[in-house]
Design a protein around this ligand. Structure first.
Ligand SMILES: Cc1cc2nc3c(=O)[nH]c(=O)nc-3n(C[C@H](O)[C@H](O)[C@H](O)COP(=O)(O)OP(=O)(O)OC[C@H]3O[C@@H](n4cnc5c(N)ncnc54)[C@H](O)[C@@H]3O)c2cc1C
Length: 462
């Protein structure tokens, strides 16, 4: 290995290689609880450097793992001591913005928030948004096809990527930096790298599609008496607000109680006597009209007794305080750890039965020693479920996973809505993908990465 490391140092320079104890001073994930266990961290500054690095690694069958902001939640960027971590922290530039074509060209290591802010400076919107925006990178977002808070209106990351530059396992730089909205000239190769979790190629640059920056933003926090009211509210809001409906996030009452009240980290916007809470947001281009339309729609839902209580944010600070409750993952993990946090997709009409059955199954196994907290992007059919049981062990963790994942196949759900598969969900991939699909994934993997050096063992074993 040391011969390889010295060759790598010649490619990326002394500043581009981290070895020895310095590796262990780096965290392995966003919580900072785990330390990096890779053999070394390679930090290329250009696609050309990365190309030379991968060519060398491919020649000597050295496995590598790409790392962005390490905010992934499925152990996708986990690297063992036999692996090299490839970090994109020296490739963080925003290379340019075309305000007429509404595109932005960025390097893979650029944090999502930096991209959002650069777009906003030009009166434009990069419409992917998620709680980890400060650390998550565009390369990581592309590789996981990240979703987030505005999918209901704007779609997932895939919908915002026009072009990609990626380096293949053998060092080939594949420049597919399309900036056209329409380009049907043959296969759309960038799709190979979106959502493939660093297993088919490493993303170095991308062309992102931007949208006009909304002029109005209306946010409300709503309390509802039962799940039927939640779905009625969702349908009503969709019809009344039309394309302006930008977020529809639901918190089960146990989530609200834990985060907004018990944690003492927030000022609760509503009382704790509702069964469900919704964060609803609409954005638009006409501030005066949109504010009135939003308030009127909400008033109607109260009159129709769909919504029990509601508060509309009257300032940016109030809006942020509402979202802080929804996004407070630290308080959640602080209260439940050790626990498992799931990210599942399922038809909205199946959610009530699914969650009730799950609660019953967990409680009948572990009784009061179990806690189940449910929340998520309900408008996208995406729930996050945090479950802690006591005693916690690998065995009980696996038991909990079975209870969460097994029922999904029958109702057309997915084991992963937006976080990907990584190592965490690999054993359950067959519940969401047919054998022919997995076989084709393996064919793609062995064609593009015949020696299996790119993020080996993630998503599936070869
Ligand atoms: C508080 C919090 C909130 C979150 N909310 C959401 C949410 O709402 N929606 C959502 O979808 N996710 C969410 N996530 C998960 C996470 O932020 C996303 O998965 C994000 O896209 C990961 O980006 P990253 O740069 O941190 O990637 P990493 O965690 O570093 O890596 C993730 C995967 O991408 C690969 N990878 C990274 N960079 C590259 C590259 N340049 N080329 C090829 N492969 C690469 C890695 O090998 C790994 O498999 C959240 C996470 C946290 C901690």
């Amino acid at each position: 290995m040391s011969e390889l490391l010295s060759k790598l140092e010649q490619i990326v320079g002394p500043n581009g290689l981290i070895t020895g104890d310095d590796v262990q001073s780096r965290p392995a994930d966003w919580t900072g609880q785990l330390i990096c266990t890779a053999e070394a961290i390679v930090r290329p500054a250009t696609a050309e450097e990365l190309s030379a690095v991968l060519r060398l690694c491919n020649e000597c069958e050295q496995p590598v793992v790409a790392a962005g902001g390490l905010t992934g939640l499925v152990k996708g960027a986990a690297a063992s001591k036999e692996e090299l971590l490839i970090s994109f922290e020296r490739m963080t530039e925003i290379e340019g913005i075309d305000p007429i074509g509404r595109t932005m060209t960025v390097q893979a290591g650029a944090p999502l928030q930096k991209v959002q802010e650069a777009a906003a400076e030009k009166d434009l919107l990069y419409a992917v948004d998620l709680g980890a925006r400060g650390s998550a990178t565009i390369g990581g977002n592309i590789s996981t096809n990240a979703g987030g808070n505005q999918v209901i209106r704007y779609g997932m990351t895939r919908a915002h990527v026009l072009g990609v530059e990626a380096v293949l396992a053998d060092g080939t730089i594949l420049s597919s930096m399309n900036s056209l909205l329409k380009n049907n000239a043959g296969y759309d190769l960038k799709q190979l790298f979106i959502g493939s979790e660093g297993t088919l190629g490493l993303v170095t640059r991308a062309v992102l599609q931007l949208a006009p920056l909304p002029k109005s933003e209306n946010t409300a926090f709503v309390g509802l008496k039962d799940f039927t009211s939640v779905t009625d509210f969702f349908q009503f809001a969709g019809a009344r607000l039309g394309g302006a409906l930008t977020a529809f996030e639901v918190l089960w009452k146990e989530h609200y109680q834990l985060i907004a009240i018990d944690s003492k980290r927030h000022t609760p916007p509503l009382g704790a006597d509702h069964e469900f809470y919704v964060v609803i947001e609409s954005t638009g281009a006409d501030e005066e009209h949109d504010d009135i339309a939003f308030a009127a729609a909400l008033e109607d839902t109260i009159e129709k007794e769909i919504v029990s209580d509601a508060v509309i944010a009257s300032s940016k600070a109030q809006r942020n305080a509402i979202w802080a409750i929804r996004e407070d993952i630290e308080a959640l993990l602080g209260a439940l750890f050790p626990c498992a946090v799931f990210d599942v997709s399922l038809p909205i009409k199946e959610m009530q039965t699914y969650t009730e059955n799950l609660k019953t199954a967990i409680k009948s196994e572990w009784g009061d020693a179990a806690r189940i907290i449910i929340f998520g992007h309900l408008g996208d059919g995406n729930l996050h479920i945090a479950i802690s049981v006591r005693p916690w062990s690998d065995e009980t963790h696996a038991q909990v996973e079975e209870l969460v994942y097994e029922p999904l196949a029958k109702i057309g759900g997915s084991i992963s809505a937006e976080h990907g598969v990584g190592l965490e969900k690999r054993a359950y991939l067959h519940l969401s993908r047919r054998p022919e699909e997995i076989a084709l994934m393996r064919t793609l993997k062995s064609t593009l990465d015949p020696k299996g050096i790119l993020n080996p063992g993630k998503i599936f074993t070869v």
